[in-house]
Design a protein around this ligand. Structure first.
Ligand code: NDP
Length: 258
């Protein structure tokens, strides 16, 4: 099985759910010089206890970084810390994973719920990507590899099937996730445009739907365990090339309709 060999990886929303599982699985794969920046908005709080335990098990590999993706100042502060620890080879892999979900239809969703969804699910990846772009560029330049790969320089936006306009045309009446779906559709457009802009830098950019996964967000009825979804995602990530650049894939590597 292929493994992600990126030396430096930054993951947002890493204190629970899929983000925490990603940190766990990446830290278990032997990879020389691996640095994992596990970002969360409250590193010392009770919701980050499991991440702190994991970081203690892997000293020198996992660094916990305070990062609230909805707060531009916090994003800037996080980049100061991360850049002081990154070598001249930059940041290989950025995973925009943090997300929020509120249920509601267009008519029941409040302005605040809409703003919160956009702030976390769309503005978050936008601002984080812009802030970390110099370090991704440095990684792309420092790499001796030709073409695109996640081990060289890549942005993975964790999107959702609920953001697929084609799929939701027939499914919306079953899933009233108005603010979430609209924000994830926006995230997919962010992926497409970012991919076009960063093609010349050879920075890969892809949206990935993790499947319906058991987590605080996915709930207990979800068919997939987070360990299986993350194992799938890491497998898909490790095999990405310029062929998938700007694409929308699920955890099995299948292309999803926009
Ligand atoms: P969880 O609700 O379990 O975890 C969400 C994570 O995002 C938490 O770590 C949370 O941190 C973090 N987060 C939320 N807001 C912010 C913020 N402003 N700044 C920093 N971190 C924040 O969700 P999942 O792990 O299930 O979801 C991870 C990603 O996968 C999301 O983008 C989601 O949309 C996507 N996804 C999940 C699916 C599923 O079935 N689970 C299906 C499709 C997509 P905190 O503890 O501080 O709240």
């Amino acid at each position: 099985m292929a493994a992600v060999k990126a030396c430096s990886v930054l993951i947002t929303g890493a204190n629970r759910g899929l983000g925490l599982e990603m940190v766990k699985q990446l830290s278990e794969v032997p990879c020389p010089k691996r640095q994992i920046f596990a970002c969360c908005r409250d590193p010392d709080g009770p919701k980050s206890e499991k991440l702190r335990e994991l970081a203690e098990k892997h000293p020198g590999i996992i660094t916990i970084v305070c990062l609230d993706v909805g707060d531009p100042c916090s994003i800037k502060e996080s980049a100061k810390k991360v850049s002081s620890l990154l070598g001249k080879n930059g940041l290989n892999l950025l995973v925009n994973n943090a997300g929020v979900l509120t249920h509601g239809t267009m008519q029941s969703t409040t302005d605040q719920e809409m703003r919160d969804a956009f702030n976390t699910n769309l503005m978050g990846p936008f601002t984080v990507t812009k802030e970390y772009l110099p370090y991704l560029r440095a990684a792309a330049k420092a790499s001796a590899r030709s073409g695109m790969s996640c081990d060289k320089a890549a942005i993975i936006n964790i999107s959702a099937g609920l953001g697929s306009m084609t799929q939701m045309l027939s499914l919306y009446s079953h899933f009233s996730t108005f603010s979430y779906s609209v924000s994830k559709t926006g995230l997919n457009m962010l992926t497409v445009y970012t991919a076009i802009e960063l093609k010349q830098d050879e920075i890969l950019c892809v949206s990935i739907h993790p499947g319906w996964v058991k987590s605080d967000m996915g709930g207990d009825k979800a068919p997939l365990e987070s360990r299986d979804s993350v194992a799938d995602i890491l497998q898909v990530i490790s095999s990405l090339t310029e062929k998938q650049h700007g694409g929308f894939l699920d955890n099995t590597g299948k292309t999803l309709p926009w």
